[in-house]
Design a protein around this ligand. Structure first.
Ligand SMILES: [Zn+2]
Length: 97
């Protein structure tokens, strides 16, 4: 696979891992605030753990298996929509005033 593009309707391991970041950040923040409330470790000293968790989740997600991955296919435009004109700057006409 040359270029991986996430697809919400795919159920391969890497596409499913997209939902891990939010819960991981919330759980980490909760634990850090809890430790701060109990006086175990103040948040001003432990907040870098949040960055470490984000990095770990990204490294983990980036290395998961993509077996069975289904590439995203853009939905077809509704019927009756004219096709977009080609954008070629070399053939573009410029009106001189
Ligand atoms: Zn996938």
């Amino acid at each position: 696979m040359d270029h991986y593009q996430p697809n919400r309707s795919c159920y391969c391991m890497r596409c499913r891992s997209r939902g891990l970041m939010g819960p991981a950040v919330l759980i980490t923040l909760g634990v850090l605030f809890l430790l701060s409330e109990f006086g175990v470790a103040h948040f001003e000293r432990t907040w870098p753990i949040l960055l470490i968790v984000i990095g770990l989740v990204k490294v983990l997600a980036g290395n998961l298996d993509t077996t069975g991955h289904v590439d995203y296919i853009a939905p077809a435009p509704p019927p009756g929509t004219p096709p977009a004109p080609p954008q070629n700057p070399e053939t573009r006409q410029v009106d001189h005033v």
